[in-house]
Design a protein around this ligand. Structure first.
Ligand SMILES: [Cu+2]
Length: 255
């Protein structure tokens, strides 16, 4: 046998060994990937498929779209997962108003109260779920406040009597607040049965005005229309006065 033929055969044998080794590695990777996919399958199904959406449209009894209605969905046949970390939220003070006017949060949320105005504010609440008073301040208080009891927390300012805002603390992680068109949507709801509750600061009562059960199915959208009985425009929707003597007094402190 010639030398060139022997070299050629050795190269062929090496090539076949390499191909076999490569195939084995690829095969093992396929097995590992396949096993991981199979193990992850229940998680993927839970995260991506077993969820639906809920859309609420809210009007008053005259059919006028109602903003700032809190819509919350309370699971009836499963327990929602706890929050990994305490959720954070912000209730700003801007142009001598609370912004947003209504802030819905889940129980256990840390809320900051930044002051975006050039003047001082002193935010307080006498509501049972959270009694507090922040001393006169600008910018941002050092620490957020924990809201760990469900209910309506009415906010005021010791300097500006017209300032009125609400923090709606709810036990469920599934909630929304209606926009100017009276609409809100809560996406990616785990499939299941829920009790729907609605709350509005102009409601005849300060508790839920609607209580009905809805079924949310996988990859489906549930739509509901609600009519709320609301009081006539109340004090909290009046525009803030341009200035007053007390504000002038405290305004000087801001320099
Ligand atoms: Cu104020």
């Amino acid at each position: 046998m010639s030398i060139s033929v022997r070299r050629s055969r050795r190269r062929s044998v090496k090539f076949v060994r390499l191909c076999t080794a490569e195939a084995l590695v690829i095969n093992r990777i396929n097995i590992i990937v396949g096993t991981l996919c199979w193990l992850a399958q229940p998680l993927v199904v839970f995260e991506c498929k077993a969820a639906g959406d809920f859309v609420a449209r809210v009007t008053d009894t005259q059919g006028v779209s109602t903003a700032n209605a809190v819509v919350s969905l309370h699971a009836l046949n499963f327990t929602p997962p706890p929050a990994a970390d305490a959720p954070r939220a912000f209730m700003d003070q801007r142009n001598r108003r609370f912004d947003p006017h209504v802030l819905p949060v889940r129980t256990g949320t840390l809320v900051n109260f930044p002051n975006s105005d050039e003047i001082h504010h002193s935010v307080y609440s006498f509501s049972a779920p959270k009694r507090f008073k922040l001393p006169l301040y600008k910018d941002m208080p050092a620490e957020p406040l924990m809201f760990d009891q469900s209910g309506v927390v009415t906010l005021g300012c010791n300097i500006h009597d017209w300032m009125l805002g609400y923090i709606y603390v709810t036990d469920t992680p599934y909630f929304g607040i209606t926009d100017a068109q009276g609409t809100t949507r809560v996406d990616a709801l785990p499939a299941g049965r829920y009790e729907v509750r609605l709350w509005h600061s102009h409601g005849e009562t300060r508790t839920s005005q609607v209580s009905e059960t809805v079924q949310v199915n996988d990859a489906a959208e549930v739509e509901r229309n609600y009519r709320l009985e609301l009081r006539a425009a109340s004090q909290d929707m009046q525009p803030a006065p341009s200035t007053n003597s007390v504000e002038d007094k405290f305004g000087r402190w801001s320099n």
